[in-house]
Ligand binder design. Structure first.
Ligand SMILES: Cc1ncc(C[n+]2csc(CCOP(=O)(O)OP(=O)(O)O)c2C)c(N)n1
Ligand SMILES: [Mg+2]
Length: 1011
């Protein structure tokens, strides 16, 4: 009757809970993928069907294949020890003996009951296993006041009281009957059968204590079985004394670190971990276990909470480096504006003490924007795997930490999960750890999410979710170790949900009682996990009180000594907080090795070779579409004629890098073909399904690989991912292309928080290239503008300061936060891509790319503009008639991008080629002051006009205006010609579009009147 107490305890703990669906008629159902008989839920044991079962049983005895495989399995289990063997000479004899042994020979009614009861017990077992079952009643909340799944519902099919046995048609008298266990459970250990009482007890132990498992939605039997085995097998959660002592020591470090900070800097924001101190041993367990299984490099992303503790006790950053950051007088030694201490990253190579193997740990710097770092971590992890040839993720892995509110609320989490199984984006499994303190700032979970758990988002990718009560450190360690094994075995994501509490307010200055009075009353009473665990270990003799106190004293001493040393640090080197060092790229001081950029052209032979491959199908028996044949023929023709269009220029740039061993990666929506069907980097066999060919990978025997990959329909996630990929190495050209430029705004956080300001905050270079199709072509308010004004507004070059350096061309690039270009020729596009890698440092490059110009007959370049010795032109000056007699020029029109072609055409129409010069700005930012000054000086008597096709409050005008003024020292006006200001990026009316174009072209060439 002991077990009855257990039932009672469970009920008491949950309070009296009403069952929502008392459904006696629904006696037993088989839900699930494997054991369905014909439908998903068949009430096959309802009275009238029991004969059917019996009939089936006899049929099975004759021939197991004559019944559904679920029945086959069931009868095999029920008949365990007498498994069907087709080679047995006498089946009838066998049947008879089975019936005899079960006392059924003369009483078929008994057979029915036996089968029913076994089925009932199977259903009962499954009820505990299946999602939305056992974990519902697991005791997950250390505070004991909340339901981790926001629901006080106790599933009616769990045996929380004796009368619930009736749900299965079982009775108290059945408790001591022995039942055959199905192969879908491991609760028996070495035993095949157990009493019903023991079955329920073991299920309770596995599923209803401090661990709540969600995995039955995984549609892979092997994986489900694996999890069941890990958690159901009796005695799995046994730890050696040594392991318990290590765990205690780690908890000491975690807790005392927080205490130390609280003592020394009580009024500073630290975003402490108190209430989830177990996170430190949890991470260490994951890392130890992963290292044991061969992982050499772990890349981590995490929010504010507990970050300093992770740096100190997981990454093992020197404590004085952390402590000195609390000193307000600390001066920054590096360029850039830096960041607060709980955002900085870290990279550390060390020996893992548990395994004695080398391990590299990297914690990525991140902005305050929660979860934004997730895809960045994944991209960096993918890149590290790629460069090591670690295609299966056996050496490099990522760990992502999340807060409960952010994990549920931030869409980028979903976007990141959806990358997890895509061939060009998978990192072969990420371990997610949620610090589920059941609060987000001041908001209760009920107001913060609509799903039962904060982790439900992970279900979309079939990731198992292990909820665990964070006040049970051993349960946490076990779960983490299984999570690491899961990742190593199946190379799929897994989530560990640490259900904990937040001892203080959101930060240490916040008063949580304003908003969560009852919760915090309980929290104030809550005994810290360290004390609870130490008491337990002292009580069972694993450690003595003295040993425990010594451990504390030892760590406190370490902190004190580091604190003393930290006072000597007067200067903060943000460089020491770099998460992704690039060994050998910079000199020892972290400076570029040179301050020059070689010419970006390549040899004619190379151009011809790449052109030829780009026009070919370099594999045999591969049938491409007739339309594509035409495109390839046109490419060949261009190559013969020594010209390139946009697509071919891009091919030339990418191909040239591959020869030099530079990896090129192009990712984004539909990039393989190209949104505008111009690129065709992946050829598809028209006759063999999924057979493809990437000619770019057939350029040379020895070449760097080219990756071109259509991404999921995400911008935030995918751009973050590519940014992370670009972080891993400076020797790769990593490009992300937006479908249309305006879609970049759903990735705004990555652009603002990382790309624009990443170097200033974290002294970290990044050479990512953004390709943003842009142009006002009458396609409506969307699809028209990549919003260049936003990028320009965030450019850090000073509008009022004329740069004076002799090396302005390169120093401007070095000092800027990013480069914004709008190339008007394919050759210049080729050069700017080439320059990106030939520069001795890395800067993000934003390229406004064309749409209609992709096919514009004039938008072609000759090989002459790309051969060795040629280079990127920041400005393309007027070089026609006007340039030959500059003093006669009445007007200089400055412009950028596609409008140039409209202007040239109009000028020709109006026969104004001598009077009007048109100069193109190809690199808009950093602003080519020097070259434009030459142009302005060349035409002293001319009006100066800035012409753009974008509306006045968008485009480039607000950026270029003050800079032009700086060049002329405010002595000459710069006139604006273009569309009126507007709220939408473009009109939805084609006619209005054309009329406004006509209007501004007329104004541009009306030499009489500008005012
Ligand atoms: C994208 C974003 N929105 C809002 C915030 C402001 N903010 C900082 S912490 C926080 C609550 C986070 O709650 P949770 O994810 O549960 O983490 P916890 O602080 O509880 O550890 C909020 C709303 C933010 N940092 N990032
Ligand atoms: Mg929280």
């Amino acid at each position: 009757m002991n077990h009855m107490k257990l039932f009672a305890a469970t009920v008491k703990w949950h309070g009296i809970k009403t069952l929502r669906k008392p459904d006696i008629a629904r006696r037993a159902f088989f839900h699930g993928q494997r054991y369905v008989s014909s439908g998903t839920s068949e009430p096959f044991l309802s009275g009238s069907n029991s004969n059917y079962v019996e009939e089936m049983y006899y049929a099975w005895l004759e021939n197991p294949q004559s019944v559904h495989k679920s029945w086959d399995l069931f009868f095999r289990n029920a008949n365990a020890g007498q498994t069907y063997d087709p080679h047995l000479p006498d089946q009838l004899e066998r049947k008879a003996s089975f019936l005899q042994s079960h006392g059924l020979a003369q009483t078929p009614g008994k057979a029915e009951k036996l089968v029913e009861d076994h089925l009932a017990v199977q259903s009962l077992i499954r009820a505990y296993q299946v999602s939305i079952r056992g974990h519902h009643v697991a005791q997950l909340d250390p505070l004991g006041i909340l339901d981790a799944d926001l629901d006080s519902f106790v599933p009616s099919d769990l045996i929380t009281t004796i009368d619930k046995l009736g749900f299965y048609g079982l009775h108290e008298s059945d408790l001591d009957k022995v039942f055959q266990l199905p192969t879908t459970t491991f609760i028996g250990g070495n035993e095949n059968s157990l009493s019903l009482r023991e079955i329920i007890k073991r299920l309770e132990n596995t599923y209803c204590q401090h661990i709540g498992l969600e995995f039955m939605f995984i549609n892979d039997v092997e994986q489900c079985q694996w999890i069941r085995q890990k958690f159901e097998t009796p005695g799995v959660m046994k730890f050696t004394n040594e392991e318990k002592r290590t765990l205690l020591a780690r908890l000491v470090r975690s807790m005392r670190f927080e205490d130390f900070l609280a003592r020394k800097w009580s009024s500073e924001k630290r975003f402490g971990l108190e209430g989830c101190e177990v996170m430190i041993p949890a991470l260490k367990t994951i890392i130890d276990k992963s290292s044991e299984m061969g992982i050499e490099y772990v890349i981590m992303g995490m929010p504010h909470r507990g970050r300093l503790n992770v740096l100190a006790n997981v990454i093992r950053k020197e404590l004085e480096q952390i402590f000195c950051q609390f000193d307000p007088k600390l001066e920054a030694a590096d360029e850039g504006s830096g960041d607060v201490k709980y955002h900085l990253g870290m990279y550390h190579e060390r020996i893992n003490r548990a395994t004695n193997k080398k391990i590299t740990l990297s914690l990525m710097a991140n902005p305050s924007h929660l979860e934004a770092v997730d895809p960045v971590v994944q991209g960096k992890t993918k890149a590290e795997q790629f460069y090591r040839g670690d295609t299966a993720g056996k050496k490099v892995m990522s760990i992502l930490l999340h807060g409960d509110a952010a994990f549920a609320g931030q869409g980028v989490v979903y976007e990141t999960f959806h990358l997890s199984d895509l061939p060009s984006y998978t990192t072969n499994g990420t371990i997610h750890v949620v610090v589920n303190n059941q609060i987000g700032f001041t908001t209760d979970p009920r107001m913060a999410r609509s799903s039962p758990y904060p982790t439900d988002v992970a279900r979309v990718v079939n990731a198992p979710i292990f909820h665990v009560n964070a006040d049970d450190p051993e349960a946490v360690m076990y779960v983490c170790s299984v999570a690491a094994e899961w990742r190593n075995t199946f190379n799929k994501d897994v989530v560990v949900d640490l259900v904990c509490y937040r001892r203080r307010g959101h930060n240490e200055m916040d008063e949580p009682m304003f908003t969560q009075p009852l919760m915090y009353k309980q929290i104030h009473k809550q005994v810290p996990v360290l004390k609870k665990y130490a008491d337990k270990l002292i009580a069972d003799g694993t450690v003595t009180l003295q040993e425990f106190e010594e451990e504390i004293a030892k760590y406190d001493r370490i902190c004190e000594e580091a604190y003393t040393r930290s006072k000597d640090n007067k200067i903060l080197h943000i460089k020491h907080w770099l998460d992704s060092p690039w060994p050998g790229f910079f000199n020892v001081d972290g400076e570029p090795k040179s301050m020059s950029c070689p010419p970006t052209g390549i040899s004619e032979d190379l151009l011809t070779h790449i052109g030829n491959v780009a026009s070919s199908v370099p594999v045999k028996d591969f049938k491409i579409h007739a339309g594509l044949s035409r495109i390839l023929r046109a490419r060949l023709e261009m190559t013969k004629n020594r010209v390139v269009d946009w697509a071919l220029a891009e091919y030339m740039a990418f191909g040239s890098f591959l020869k030099e061993g530079i990896h090129v990666r192009l990712s984004g929506q539909d990039v393989e073909r190209g949104t505008f069907s111009h690129r065709h980097h992946v050829l598809h066999d028209q006759e063999v399904d999924k057979r493809t060919c990437v000619p770019m990978n057939h350029l040379w025997e020895q070449q760097a690989p080219y990756t071109v990959c259509n991404s999921s329909l995400s911008e935030y996630g995918v751009l973050g991912f590519e940014l992370g990929f670009a972080m891993a190495s400076p020797n790769a050209l990593v490009c992300w292309e937006a479908q249309f430029g305006d879609f970049h705004n759903t990735a705004q956080c990555i652009i603002d928080q990382f790309i624009s300001s990443g170097q200033a905050k974290w002294v970290r270079h990044n050479g990512i290239v953004l390709l943003l199709p842009h142009g006002m072509e009458g396609m409506g308010p969307e699809h028209s503008s990549a919003r260049p004004e936003r990028f320009l507004q965030m450019s850090n070059d000073d509008s009022d300061a004329y740069p004076v350096s002799r090396f302005v061309k390169i120093s401007q690039l070095y000092e800027c936060n990013w480069i914004v270009v709008n190339c008007s020729t394919p050759a210049n596009y080729f050069h700017v891509l080439r320059r990106q890698i030939l520069l001795p440092f890395r800067k993000p490059l934003i390229i406004l790319t064309p749409k209609s110009l992709l096919r514009h007959p004039e938008a072609k370049s000759s090989f002459d503009e790309m051969v060795s010795g040629t280079t990127f032109q920041r400005v393309i000056p007027e070089n026609g008639l006007a340039a030959q007699a500059p003093h006669e020029v009445k007007r200089v029109i400055f412009c950028t991008g596609k409008v140039y072609y409209d202007l040239v055409k109009e000028r020709k129409n109006q026969d104004l080629e001598k009077q009007v010069a048109i100069t193109r700005l190809e690199q808009i930012s950093p602003f080519p002051f020097d070259l434009l000054k030459e142009e302005l000086d060349k035409y002293p008597g001319a009006d100066l006009v800035w012409c753009q096709e974008e509306h006045k409050n968008s485009g480039y005008y607000d950026y270029v205006k003050p800079r032009f003024r700086t060049i002329v020292n405010h002595t000459r006006p710069i006139w604006y010609v273009g569309r009126e200001p507007a709220a939408a990026a473009a009109t939805g009316n084609k006619n209005t579009h054309l009329v406004s174009l006509r209007r501004f072209l007329d104004t541009a060439f009306n030499l009489e009147n500008l005012a």
